[in-house]
Design a protein around this ligand. Structure first.
Ligand code: AMP
Length: 410
């Protein structure tokens, strides 16, 4: 089968339903997998008109995400090219933690907060064990499924697809979850950035509003220092070596208890250790999970008993009815139904401009019932894309570098 036929065959498999939202990297659609009847969410990532095809590193990392299988990590079911876009197919999730926190009809007990935080940290621990940083931890990237399971989403994408387009303004909210070493321009940051962000999410669960809402990077640091005091050299000896370090006027830390009057002593102890200024002194995710906060009463609520907003999007796969006329990514040959999409997802025949992304599409016989990845990443190392965004001379060097980077720590 030609690569074009294969690309079309995969796109035919998904029936597009409504737009779920527009995220950092493009539009997210609800869709039905006609092979399994499963409701999925398809993230369409604009690759633009670039001639270089999908970045070599990007594809390698998507493969890595595919391998991150865990109850607290969103499952990447499939990935396929269509026209000038890359489509990532994820399991469909009903809601997210931001909706839970914002919903004034929901009362979150200490046990509920513990449960949501524990699931967040468990997902993060799996990422860090595999040397994957999330880099964009925030409540609306923590999706919640029908059984109450919280799952990390959008991880690694910042690294894979680079800085988002400036018009996606929600990206600025990520500032509120940014660790001080990032705000001071550190280029050699590590897993501590995700722990800081998780601490901000913990604080937000306790307060029911974002904790540190800076309006600029400088203001963000000001908000952090107002909450925890200006860091002293003994607290964070290396702060002065950070690229964008500037001295802030000294302010003393108010008692943490005054900021979180309702939190237990264990919660405050864990929070303070996740908010340690020096990334080397900050708890690792594994250490946070071993903190006594999680073993002391009250124990975390079972996920299926957690309070959640009423589902906005009815997502039962049984409501899938082909005669209703959902838009088809690329319509099945027999019942071609053309419904113009708002962004060029128009249901027309796949034209011949999918770019070099097709170069990396592997043969998919469709024999297996399990949804296979439509991009065959095993091709890397054997046949890299023709025109990668790195030059060929760098390729073997990069491959070695990536191999080292992703080696398991054992
Ligand atoms: P994102 O690109 O991840 O910021 O997502 C954009 C929008 O799509 C947000 O409103 C998300 O809630 C929604 N979304 C993303 N992934 C999923 C998913 N797996 N299931 C349901 N909705 C999703």
């Amino acid at each position: 089968m030609s690569e074009l036929d294969l690309s079309k065959k995969v796109a035919d498999r998904y029936l597009k339903r409504e737009v779920l939202g527009e995220g950092t990297y493009g539009v997210v659609y609800k869709a039905i997998d006609t092979k399994t009847g499963q409701t999925v969410a398809i993230k369409k990532i604009r690759l633009g008109k670039q001639k270089e095809g999908v970045n070599f590193t990007a594809l390698r990392e998507i493969k890595l995400l595919k391998e991150l299988k865990d109850p607290n990590i969103i499952e990447l079911i499939d990935a396929f090219p269509h026209k000038e876009n890359l489509h990532l197919v994820f399991e469909f999730m009903e809601t997210d933690l931001e909706a839970v926190i914002r919903d004034r009809n929901i009362f979150l007990s200490p046990a509920d907060i513990k449960s949501y935080l524990q699931m967040t940290l468990k997902g993060l621990a799996v990422c860090h064990k595999k040397w994957v940083l999330h880099r964009d931890m925030k409540p609306n990237n923590l999706l919640i499924g029908p059984n109450g399971q919280l799952k990390l989403a959008d991880f690694g994408l910042a690294r894979i697809f680079g800085s988002p387009d400036r018009r996606f303004t929600h990206q600025v909210f990520a500032r509120w979850y940014r660790a001080p070493e990032l705000l001071f321009g550190s280029k050699q940051y590590g897993s501590g950035v995700d722990v800081w962000a998780a601490a901000c999410i913990f604080a937000e669960l306790l307060l029911r509003r974002p904790f540190l809402q800076g309006s600029s990077d400088i203001d963000q640091l000001g908000k952090i220092f107002a909450a925890f005091g200006t860091p002293t050299p003994s607290q964070w000896p290396d702060i002065v070596y950070l690229p964008d370090y500037v001295e802030y006027q000294y302010v003393a830390a108010p008692p943490l208890r005054s900021l979180f009057p309702m939190a237990s002593d264990d919660a405050l102890d864990l929070l303070s250790k996740m908010f340690a200024y020096d990334p080397r002194a900050r708890l690792s995710v594994q250490q946070t999970l071993e903190h006594r906060y999680f073993s002391s009463a009250p124990l975390p609520t079972d996920p299926d008993k957690l309070p959640r907003p009423a589902p906005k999007r009815e997502s039962r796969s049984s409501d899938y009815n082909q005669t209703e006329g959902p838009t088809v990514l690329s319509p099945p040959r027999k019942s071609r139904r053309v419904m113009p999409g708002r962004d060029g997802f128009d249901g027309n025949r796949i034209d011949d401009n999918a770019g070099d992304i097709r170069q990396v599409v592997g043969e998919n016989t469709g024999k297996s019932d399990a949804a296979p990845m439509s991009l065959d990443f095993s091709i890397f190392g054997l046949k890299p894309p023709n025109r990668p965004t790195i030059n060929s001379a760098d390729r073997s060097h990069l491959k070695r570098k990536l191999d080292l980077e992703f080696q398991h720590p054992e």
